[in-house]
Design a protein around this ligand. Structure first.
Ligand SMILES: [Zn+2]
Length: 432
């Protein structure tokens, strides 16, 4: 049998939280560890305590609100996302996953449902990377992918260290240990931040993992020369060579469609001048694909094509890897819990790979993890106009609730009442 959340209450909480750092154009500006973030954390803490949870923070200000399980030494199931936003962010990115976690707990309270495993609703610090880089810093430190000291020394654009920002907003009491050892599983609900679910009419995306990402730096070197005195056949034009490479990339994306994605995000022509043939040009390439072997093939194709263009046009091209992140499949058992919950609730859905980075990507490398996506209107995110439909918001939280219940193990009310009076009689060995 499925349980349901109170969708109206969740929506009301989302709208109330959206007032914290609200912008004139209907968005939200709640940068990590600012006064607005502090107010958002305080409101969330107040709601959690009202729901009977105890709230702790770790050394990086990641915020954990705990609902005890019937077996107190069982590992907690974490549910969460982030409360910080982009400078001109929306009302749903991140905050949806946190407040959906809170709504799960509120609903369990209403329905008198106990779970064997404790639940912890978490808000990760500095997910957006808008104030301190890199993004997803709180979860990176929690799982040990980034050292705590290095993170604390990170500075914002004004030169303020993250350590000072934490001190100022009193966000890091360090009362919860940072360890993935004590985590049973992690579930995160999030808006899709793209147009796919909406265009397919699916209220739910069952996320199977994060895609492989590769960032390359390309430098094309030709010969700078006078625009008026150099006949076309004599030129070694870095710009036209790079343009030919760009068209090769577009064709490459076509060959790996629809999953392969190729983006040239930055172009730099140093010392450019209106009447000089470009002698040097650099650009960035962002390659993405859910499959690591496919992204290898994409990079091979890119290198072959760029070599070909360079020879044809008498320029040289160097290709270097700036950063790479392997594909991160989510835990099949947790993904199955999300999919089963979606089916039992009767929602139309599809399996989907996360295009964006999320805290869940860090968690997934250490603990069983899954995500639930809901559509966002026009696929818009990182935008003040970001929006989601109340029915979809409710559907995602319902899926989250039932997936979490399956993992955290519902303790039957009858069993709880018959065993509760005599806990001392239960032998320790009975705790599986
Ligand atoms: Zn987010």
């Amino acid at each position: 049998m499925v349980s349901k959340v109170d969708g109206a209450r969740l929506w009301a909480s989302l709208m109330e939280m959206a007032q914290v750092g609200a912008t004139a154009r209907g968005g939200v500006r709640r940068l990590a560890l600012t006064a607005e973030d502090r107010r958002g954390r305080a409101l969330f803490t107040q709601w959690c305590e009202a729901a009977g949870m105890s709230v702790r923070t770790d050394a990086l200000g990641n915020l954990f609100a705990r609902r005890e399980g019937t077996q107190t030494d069982a590992r907690p199931v974490l549910i969460g996302s982030h409360l910080d936003t982009q400078p001109e962010g929306g009302r749903f990115d991140g905050v949806y996953g946190v407040l959906a976690g809170l709504e799960v707990v509120r609903s369990l309270n209403d329905q008198g449902i106990r779970t064997r495993h404790p639940l912890e609703v978490v808000s990760w610090t500095n997910e957006e990377g808008a104030r301190f880089t890199p993004a997803m810093l709180g979860s990176a430190v929690f799982v040990g992918a980034t050292a705590l000291d290095a993170a604390l020394q990170t500075r914002d654009a004004q030169g303020v260290t993250l350590a000072d920002a934490l001190r100022e907003c009193e966000c890091a009491k360090g009362t919860r240990p940072m360890s993935t050892q004590d985590v049973e599983a992690y579930f995160e609900a999030h808006i899709e931040q793209g147009p796919v679910l909406e265009s397919h009419g699916h209220p739910i995306g069952v996320v199977t993992g994060g895609q492989s990402i590769r960032w390359l730096d390309i430098e094309v070197t030709g010969v700078a020369a006078h625009a008026g005195t150099t006949p076309m056949p004599y030129r070694k034009d870095a710009f036209f060579a790079a343009s030919a490479m760009a068209l090769e990339l577009e064709a490459l994306a076509e060959r790996f469609a629809p999953q392969g994605l190729v983006t040239i995000g930055q172009i730099d022509v140093p010392n450019s001048s209106r009447n000089t043939i470009a002698g040097k040009l650099s650009f960035t390439v962002d390659l993405r694909h859910p499959d690591d072997t496919k992204i290898d093939a994409m990079e091979q194709d890119l290198r072959a094509a760029f070599d070909r263009v360079a020879v044809q046009r008498g320029v040289s091209a160097t290709i270097s890897t700036y950063w790479r992140s392997p594909a991160t499949p989510f835990d099949p058992a947790c993904v199955a819990l999300v999919e089963n919950a979606t089916r039992e609730l009767g929602y139309a859905y599809e399996r989907i790979v996360s295009g964006a980075g999320h805290d869940a990507i860090h968690l997934a490398r250490h603990v069983p993890t899954a995500m639930v996506f809901i559509p966002c209107v026009d696929g818009l995110s990182h935008n003040e106009a970001e929006d989601a439909l109340p029915d979809d918001v409710t559907a995602g939280a319902n899926v989250l609730l039932n997936a979490v219940l399956a993992r955290a193990q519902v303790v039957a009310a009858a069993t709880a009442s018959t065993t509760a009076p005599a806990p001392a009689a239960a032998p320790a060995t009975a705790r599986a």
